[in-house]
Design a protein around this ligand. Structure first.
Ligand code: ATP
Ligand code: MG
Length: 305
């Protein structure tokens, strides 16, 4: 993979719903922050799942993203400190309106990029969680990013719509952001026991191989050699407002996300296992929320219910 710019600005994108975008952003960001990288996560999805995953308030209006996109606040005033080394530009339902409100705005695709410009020195990595669509919010993510990471759930029809996704990246790279590259594809909820998983993987590998000598933004894209296995702990952690490293640091999901983050950010040093919190420990080293029963049943990843 080629030398990366600083800060790395990664749009995590797939217009297919429920493939693991938010889970990937939340846990990669948590790994980066724990390893000492100054990290910003941007929740560009009106569903606000990333905001909720970090235990932050998804009800406050205007949401951080809405305030930035409408020019009400500079980014530095719209972010909240979520964890040590980890800031969040949160989302909320008001973002639904942003797409229509900005439709007549000149330069509406580059609002986020311009808002990030004065903040570039403040971060080592910026991860953007995109909504499951290719609308204006996603265009803002692609205009601001220097890399695209595509999570894929290897099931039937996994690659349906993949061409449209790549065409969108191509269009943005031609018109707005020539530096944009598809860096990697990440197989999420991977089940090595099914032949379908390996078939989807083979199809993608063939496709990427055919693009190697071209000028396309995905000519150097790779399938990350570590796959995210299906792990119920990953589905439970958001209900507690926690990353997988806070919720269940010894599970497969934590190991997979740590390994994937190391693949994408070579040289990352894994922090020592945290000690059990001592009574009276300072507030900023505590997780954002105490462990408490989930407000609702953790979603079942098999059924999506
Ligand atoms: P959307 O398109 O709606 O934003 P998404 O692509 O962001 O969805 P996620 O929200 O990350 O997808 O994941 C979809 C569901 O699957 C969530 O309930 C999540 O907790 C669960 N999930 C994600 N990854 C895994 C995994 N590896 N194992 C088990 N469950 C998972
Ligand atoms: Mg999501």
């Amino acid at each position: 993979m080629s030398q990366a710019e600083s800060p790395r600005i990664i749009a995590v994108l797939n217009q297919k719903g429920g493939v693991g975008k938010t889970t990937t952003v939340a846990n990669m960001a948590a790994a980066l922050a724990a390893a000492g990288r100054r990290t910003l996560v941007i929740d560009l999805d009106p569903q606000a799942h990333l905001t909720i995953h970090f235990g932050a308030d998804a009800e406050s209006t205007p949401s951080g993203c809405y305030a930035v996109l409408t020019g009400a606040k500079p980014l530095s005033q719209a972010v909240v400190q979520s964890r040590p080394n980890l800031r969040l530009l949160g989302s909320g339902i008001d973002l639904v309106g942003a797409e229509t409100e900005l439709v007549a705005e000149v330069g509406r695709e580059t609002i986020l990029r311009n808002a990030l410009e004065p903040e570039r020195g403040a971060y080592d990595a910026i991860l953007i969680d995109c909504p499951p669509s290719l609308g204006l919010l996603t265009l803002n993510a692609l205009a601001a990013a220097n890399e695209v990471l595509i999570p894929i759930q290897p099931h039937f029809l996994a690659l349906q719509g993949f061409g449209r996704l790549l065409q969108t990246v191509l269009l943005v790279s031609r018109r707005i952001n020539p530096a944009l590259r598809v860096r990697a594809l990440l197989l999420c909820m991977y089940d090595s026991r099914t032949s379908l998983s390996s078939e989807v993987k083979n199809d993608i590998e063939k496709f990427l191989a055919s693009a190697r000598q071209t000028q396309s933004p995905w000519a150097e894209a790779q399938i990350i050699p570590v796959h995210i296995r299906r792990n119920i702990k990953l589905a439970e952690a958001p209900s507690y407002g926690k990353s997988i490293f806070e919720y269940e640091p010894s599970c497969h999901g934590a190991a997979d996300y740590w390994a994937v983050t190391q693949c994408l950010f070579p040289g990352l040093t894994k922090p020592a296992a945290p000690e059990a919190p001592a009574p009276g420990r300072p507030a900023e080293t505590e997780p954002a929320h105490e462990t408490q029963p989930p407000q609702h049943e953790p979603p079942n990843p098999e059924t999506g219910a």
